[in-house]
Design a protein around this ligand. Structure first.
Ligand SMILES: Nc1ncnc2c1ncn2[C@@H]1O[C@H](COP(=O)(O)OP(=O)(O)OP(=O)(O)O)[C@@H](O)[C@H]1O
Ligand SMILES: [Mg+2]
Length: 398
């Protein structure tokens, strides 16, 4: 039998663990009508914590009530993609008859230029166009019952700011007009902050936030229990405990651990059971995969100094003393504390008693140690971090 777990970015898990309260708050905001705070929302959290999955879950809440949803990623051209999606059928009536004086373009605000036998449609979109597109779609609904939800994933410094401003301005007007809409953005905390700190976007600072964190062991345990038994296998108490503890409450790890253990039980011919041995082998595999899939990209996405900070923490076997880390960085504690704050803010690490920090992401320490061993066999982690610090000439502004 195929594994019911979904260890793939953005895929809905068999059990959505630990997010009931957030979903309920959103549901209430939809029921309360325009003006309810969670209708303008940021979903933030570390890589792999379940932001995209949360956007899907929130979309599902309103789709059940007959709302229109548009799910987009905040990359170049997103505004016109949203407009197109909202215009639905009409957007498909594009005609590129050449040469032509009557060129139909796919959406309001798009400009078509006819060159040497070529048609280019450029997207000079203004806030007004997106506002009209959403307003127009709402006009075609029974707005007392139905509305429009737009979700915008992966908001960050790389998002096209002109478009974000145009979009946000349109949203601001529609909210003022008390139209039946909801808008949910998702992104990594610091990236979202960079966007929200834009001068034009002050109104976004007042938006609600669902900051997603690791989930509780009890919830992970029951999710494993439920998913495994629903799909025709047994797992005894000890197996469920082992699987649960290996996840550290990190959502991506729930899917990875479950998936690997399931697969191994299949290859071992355990049709109706996951044994402790299957679980242990699955956990091993999941640890390797989490390094490639999550820890690696997470570390690579950091500015060099922050990365060095993490590496210097990985030298320790348990929580790290922050003064000691500064010492290892050859920097003042004040200097180091900038990176400490950033890493805490982004959920890579968390305070562990006064003057101490520890990793939040599971197996980050192991990953960093392996990374050092893999990349620089002749150097240890500390030397590697120091060479990163030396080559980062000026303080990072990323
Ligand atoms: N609440 C949850 N319970 C169980 N599994 C979850 C939960 N949330 C997410 N997952 C699983 O974790 C993985 C990562 O989820 P998702 O892609 O939504 O994370 P993300 O925060 O969007 O990551 P990224 O920052 O890389 O975009 C997926 O395999 C998904 O099925
Ligand atoms: Mg995502």
């Amino acid at each position: 039998m195929r594994s019911p777990f979904k260890p793939t970015a953005g895929r809905q898990p068999p059990v959505l663990v630990g997010r009931d309260r957030d979903i309920e708050n959103f549901r209430m905001a939809i029921a309360e009508g325009p003006g309810a705070p969670e209708r303008l929302l940021f979903v933030t959290g570390a890589r792999g914590i379940g932001k995209t999955v949360m956007l899907n879950a929130l979309s599902h809440v309103v789709e059940e009530q007959g709302w229109i949803t548009v799910n987009e990623t905040a990359s170049s051209g997103f505004v016109s993609r949203i407009v197109q999606a909202l215009q639905g059928e009409r957007a498909k009536q594009i005609s590129y008859t050449l040469p032509s004086a009557s060129l139909e373009v796919p959406f309001a605000g798009a400009q078509a230029t006819v060159g040497f036998g070529q048609v280019q449609v450029s997207t000079g979109l203004e806030p007004l166009d997106i506002r009209h597109a959403i307003g127009g779609r709402l006009d075609r609904l029974d707005e007392n019952k139905q509305g429009v939800l737009i979700t915008l994933d992966e908001l960050g410094v790389e998002s096209p700011m002109e478009e974000v401003r145009a979009f946000a301005t349109a949203i601001q007007h529609l909210i003022r007009e008390e139209r039946n809409i909801a808008v949910v953005f998702a992104g990594i905390p610091s990236m979202v902050d960079d966007v929200v700190n834009d001068k034009v976007l002050t109104f976004l600072r007042r938006a609600e936030r669902f900051h997603l964190r690791n989930v509780r062991n009890e919830d992970v345990w029951s999710a494993f229990e439920h998913t495994i038994s629903e799909n025709g296998k047994r797992a005894d108490y000890g197996v469920l405990n082992a699987l649960t503890l290996a996840t550290h409450g990190y959502p991506f790890m729930i899917q990875l651990v479950g998936h690997q253990a399931w697969r191994i039980s299949e290859s071992a011919g355990h049709d109706d059971e996951i044994t402790l041995d299957d679980a242990q082998q699955g956990i091993e595999k999941a640890r390797d995969r989490i390094g490639e899939l999550v820890n690696g990209p997470a570390v690579d996405g950091l500015p060099p100094m922050a990365r060095a900070y993490l590496m210097l923490m990985a030298v320790d076997d348990g929580p790290s003393n922050t003064t000691e880390i500064a010492h290892r960085m050859h920097k003042t504690p004040q200097y180091a504390s900038v990176y400490r704050a950033r890493l805490i803010h982004e959920d890579y690490i968390k305070p562990a008693g006064r003057g101490y920090v520890e990793f939040t992401m599971p197996f980050m320490r192991e990953y960093l140690r392996q990374y050092a061993a893999f990349n620089q066999l002749e150097q240890n982690l500390e030397d590697m971090a120091l060479s990163i610090i030396e080559s980062a000439e000026e303080p990072d502004r990323r």
